[in-house]
Design a protein around this ligand. Structure first.
Ligand SMILES: NC(=O)c1ccc[n+]([C@@H]2O[C@H](COP(=O)([O-])OP(=O)(O)OC[C@H]3O[C@@H](n4cnc5c(N)ncnc54)[C@H](O)[C@@H]3O)[C@@H](O)[C@H]2O)c1
Length: 98
């Protein structure tokens, strides 16, 4: 195994996971991310120019795009998703509200 598709790789966990793969292993990484409000190319700015990292902008639900990428790799690690913060949880943790 030497190629991994990481989805959501411009997000918080995905970008750090990719950095770990590139620094600690010999894997080549394809990074598929839609760049929603949460995704940011700044998270992977330092990976620009790394020959083992390829960024592809797109949605994981786009079969025409994602299908061929899946066919090129040995494993897929998915971090693409939405973080939902429950409003009630925010209220519960609000300190000293009057
Ligand atoms: N951060 C946490 O503490 C935490 C805790 C538990 C679970 N999770 C889950 O882990 C996953 C990653 O978390 P994170 O903090 O890195 O989130 P994040 O929001 O920082 O990153 C998610 C990334 O997925 C991308 N994305 C979203 N929908 C996409 C789509 N349809 N196609 C392609 N890319 C898409 C976004 O552009 C973003 O770059 C999420 O599913 C999250 O719910 C996170």
């Amino acid at each position: 195994m030497d190629r991994v598709l990481v989805t959501g790789g411009a997000g918080f966990i995905g970008s750090n996971f990719i950095r770990h793969l590139l620094n600690e292993t010999n894997y080549k990484v394809i990074n598929l991310d839609k760049l929603t409000y949460a995704g940011n190319l700044r998270n992977i700015k330092d990976l620009r120019g790394n020959k083992r990292h390829r960024f592809v902008k797109g949605d994981i639900t786009n079969r025409k795009l994602a299908g061929p990428l899946v066919g090129k790799v040995d494993a897929v690690v998915n971090f693409a998703g939405l973080i939902v913060l429950e409003p009630l949880a925010i209220i519960a943790f609000a300190p000293f509200s009057s």
